[in-house]
Design a protein around this ligand. Structure first.
Ligand SMILES: [Zn+2]
Ligand SMILES: [Zn+2]
Ligand SMILES: [Zn+2]
Length: 135
């Protein structure tokens, strides 16, 4: 009985006494064998991988969602592109800051869906407008 118990080990997962040969060897465990029998360990690994795959899927889904929340960024880029093109073609002229007359001015969009509906403002006043918009 003594010798037999030493070759049997209780698997923590299936809770069955199994010969130690069905356990993977592990230096970190006192008796030298892994906590779970090989079939259980196999299932555990599979479950672990499956769970992680779900996690990855979730992460990807969240990333996608963040993308969908960025149409404003896209709109902004598109509007800036339209202004640059219109300036190049001479369709619009760069104007000094509408507030202080500073000639180093930037195109500001009150509404990004109207790419050429712009106001010319210097950097500090542009910042001011955006601060007001946020408030
Ligand atoms: Zn087991
Ligand atoms: Zn200004
Ligand atoms: Zn602006």
């Amino acid at each position: 009985m003594e010798t037999q118990s030493s070759t049997l080990k209780l698997c923590r997962r299936c809770e069955v006494l199994k010969p130690t040969t069905t356990f993977a060897k592990s230096k970190n465990i006192k008796d030298g064998f892994w906590t779970y029998c090989k079939p259980c360990d196999y299932i555990r690994n599979k479950e672990y991988i499956a769970a992680n795959r779900e996690k990855h899927k979730e992460k990807r889904r969240i990333r996608m969602k963040n993308w969908q929340q960025l149409p404003l960024e896209k709109l902004k880029a598109r509007s800036r592109g339209a202004v640059a093109r219109a300036l190049k073609k001479g369709e619009i002229l760069k104007e000094p800051c509408e507030v202080c007359g500073e000639t180093k001015s930037y195109a500001h969009h009150d509404d990004y869906s109207k790419p050429l509906d712009i106001r010319w403002v210097c950097a500090p006043h542009h910042k001011e407008i955006h601060n007001l918009l946020k408030a």
